[in-house]
Design a protein around this ligand. Sequence first.
Ligand SMILES: Cc1cc2nc3c(=O)[nH]c(=O)nc-3n(C[C@H](O)[C@H](O)[C@H](O)COP(=O)(O)OP(=O)(O)OC[C@H]3O[C@@H](n4cnc5c(N)ncnc54)[C@H](O)[C@@H]3O)c2cc1C
Length: 401
Amino acid sequence: MNTNDKNIAIVGAGIGGLTLALALLQKGYKVNVYEQAHELKELGAGIQMAPNGTRILRHLGLEEALLQKGAVPAAGKEVRLWNTGQTWPLFDLGADSIRRFGTPYWMVHRGDLHSVLLSAVQALSAGAVHTNHRLVSIAQDASNVTMHFANGEVASAKFLIGADGVHSVVRNQLFDEHKSEFTGIVAWRGLAPMEELDETLKRNVGTNWIGPGGHCITYPVQGGKVLNFVGLVERNDWQKESWTDAGTTEECAADFPGWHPLIHSIIDKLDTPFRWALLKRAPLKRWTSGRVTLLGDACHPTLPFLAQGAIMALEDSIVLARCLETYGEDFAGAFARYEELRIPRTSAIVNGSSANISRFHNPILAEADKAAAYVTREWDPEQVRQRYDWLFEYDAVELAI
Ligand SMILES: Cc1cc2nc3c(=O)[nH]c(=O)nc-3n(C[C@H](O)[C@H](O)[C@H](O)COP(=O)(O)OP(=O)(O)OC[C@H]3O[C@@H](n4cnc5c(N)ncnc54)[C@H](O)[C@@H]3O)c2cc1C
């Protein structure tokens, strides 16, 4: 590949865009990342980083920086019943994760992950990320892709990767509308200072509180100083899909009537609860058109029921960077192989996440005596292995290209 062919544009400096930029810079490519935000801030709340994600972050050389920033190695996972708080210790995510998958399970703050990725990109190419560049349209010819931005600037590159998230402009320009369907579920998320919470919550475990018509996930982030809370509830009156819509703790609490006092004690201490409506979409059949392809939420937005959204963006990035390197000048071959490797897996995750809704929100959970049998059946160790091992075993770094 000649030097000019190594000039790649990435739209979106989110988790996927920055991971791809870093992977490509490490391979000697020239990369420009165009981001709509005026300033890159540490936004978001917690992300669960399963072994298939930590394997990639360690490969990229980010382990030390992430642990210093406060990534929390998980010890285990448990299920609790929404009203009584009855607890079922589920599985070891500490020593067991390393023994079985060769790499740990971390719980990280999205902002910390984002800032570590950004620093690593800027260390290799100080001017690679261009903020205040909201992409408006693209055009491509036989040798280039041209990008038009809302600030009036125009730029061109040999190839363009749309990593511009769930409402992707790049995707919308390439393909027909990616139709969405409201699931009837709204999610609250927020962070509570650990020192203000009950002692029993100060552990390095992830907890799934399951109930009829709702469930809550809690786990520590930022070195255990903060508890991440996500509360999902079935309601039909809020259908906005956004990462930045703030509500109040009172509104959040009102969505969890009858839930355990520990849940209400967490909600009470949330800094700002944000809410987003969960929309589901059928997987796309193609991601590429000519010199342009997609990655991350731009091509496979997913529900959070397998906790794999951000990790899929990491996997896409590594596989795409490896395809580009392996195929050299044959970019069409690289993009075709990337689709071939990634579309089946991400489609299975998108569909699997949708299928998980009823497991977490089953009406049977209203009755404590029936709930015990339900949990024992649904979270039987063999069932858990079937649901998760194929996710955690995937090795984007070593996969044959
Ligand atoms: C502000 C914010 C907060 C989030 N908080 C959480 C959270 O707490 N927990 C969680 O699990 N997930 C969160 N997510 C989503 C999560 O980061 C993604 O689901 C996942 O990491 C996939 O990454 P991605 O790179 O595909 O998308 P994202 O990480 O969403 O990145 C997309 C990027 O593209 C940029 N962009 C969009 N349109 C354009 C355009 N036209 N031109 C230029 N740039 C554009 C966006 O500003 C964003 O930086 C959040 C996303 C955002 C944007």
